[in-house]
Design a protein around this ligand. Structure first.
Ligand code: NAD
Length: 337
């Protein structure tokens, strides 16, 4: 029986890369029943809501979604889309794998970043402080780190390492300065690491040193686990080590729901021109197929996708080629055999 999956094409380049992804999955014979929904600006246009109830209801039903990039409308009265989705479905683990497809500056990068998705500085608790006549004399943002949140994300990283036959987890922190919040994350990480001793190697890095080590010798890293803000920044850095945002997929996991997406945004500078690289969303869809148990098909699509890129004859502009989104998609489909 076909697996129902909520499909949110998204804004900007979203509809074009979502079409490409749906075409590739169909050509590979994926048994998926898409429930098309809208969000972002498309949600505002249809329901005056960037995250419409119909979309949330669909995800509640399917528990699996593939989401194109969304533009959160600027202005008060609109809910932040990503915050709403993470809160509603408690999507605490953001998993962003990156590996070398075409050797370039680095030959053998293979990193899976596991980012805590619900805590830290991204909880959205901020305010201005009025002093004298200046209503914005200062601003305060609150970072919350909990024992529970730290335990479950570090455990997720170790369990991921074991399930995927990976050797090492690197915990990234800034506990030397943020002694309470980052200190708690590090303390909890060390405790959890002990449970996996002998099975998965554990190491710690301070965020600033980690940023440097990543550009000096990224091959040494395997699974990396960190807090929300650091994870957001490091994942873009890591995608830059393997060919950029056009190749960077991501998944958001909760206890019973998963949402798969590209790491990149709506790319307004190239939207509507049929030149976007659909790769990140295609690879996110492969993670989705892994999740629903169709691993063989996910591998088959990855193989065709990577073959197209290594061959180099049909590439989108971000990868140094001149081909359109449609031409690249056709080339991947041709390789599916
Ligand atoms: P962006 O990721 O959209 O674009 C950054 C650069 O990368 C641009 O030059 C763009 O052309 C290029 N790029 C991105 N994806 C590409 C692809 N698939 N193929 C080729 N080139 C690609 O980042 P931005 O410009 O900072 O953000 C634009 C909008 O996207 C904003 O409204 C932002 O809020 C939103 N956004 C949404 C998400 C999401 O929904 N998950 C994530 C990030 C940004």
């Amino acid at each position: 029986m076909a697996t129902p999956v909520t499909l949110i094409p998204g804004d900007g380049i979203g509809p074009s890369i979502a079409d490409a992804t749906v075409r590739i999955l169909a050509a590979a014979g994926a048994d998926v029943e898409w429930d098309r929904q809208v969000a972002g600006m498309a949600g505002v246009a249809r329901w005056n809501d960037p995250i419409p109830d119909a979309t949330l209801d669909s995800i509640k039903r399917t528990r699996v979604a593939l989401k194109g990039p969304l533009e959160t409308p600027v202005g008060e009265g609109f809910r932040s889309i990503n915050v709403a989705l993470r809160k509603t479905f408690d999507l605490y683990a953001n998993v962003r794998p990156a590996h070398t497809i075409v050797p370039g500056r680095f030959d053998n990068v293979d990193i899976v970043l596991v980012r805590e998705n619900t805590e830290g500085l991204y909880i959205g608790v901020e305010h201005y402080v009025k002093i004298g006549d200046d209503p914005k004399a200062a601003a305060e943002s609150v970072a919350i780190i909990t024992r529970h949140g730290s335990e479950r994300i570090v455990r997720y990283a170790f369990d991921y390492a074991i399930a995927h036959n990976r050797q090492k987890v690197t915990l990234v922190h800034k506990a030397n300065i943020l002694k309470f919040s980052q200190g708690l994350f590090l303390d909890v990480g060390r405790l959890i690491a002990r449970e996996y001793e002998g099975r998965v190697h554990f190491e710690e890095r301070i965020i600033d040193a980690m940023a440097m080590h990543l550009v000096m010798r990224p091959e040494q890293f395997d699974v990396v686990v960190t807090t929300n803000l650091f994870g957001d920044i490091l994942s873009d850095e890591i995608s830059g080590l393997v060919g950029g945002l056009g190749l960077a997929p991501g998944a958001n996991f909760g206890t019973n729901t998963a949402i798969f997406e590209a790491v990149h945004g709506t790319a307004p500078d190239i939207a509507g021109r049929n030149i976007a690289n659909p790769g990140a969303l295609v690879l996110a869809a492969c993670m989705m197929l892994d999740h629903i148990g169709d691993r063989g098909r996910a591998e088959h699509i990855r193989h065709a996708f990577e073959g197209t890129i290594r061959d180099g004859a049909v590439l989108t502009r971000d990868l140094g080629g001149t081909s359109t989104t449609d031409e690249f998609t056709d080339a991947v489909i041709a390789r599916l055999g």
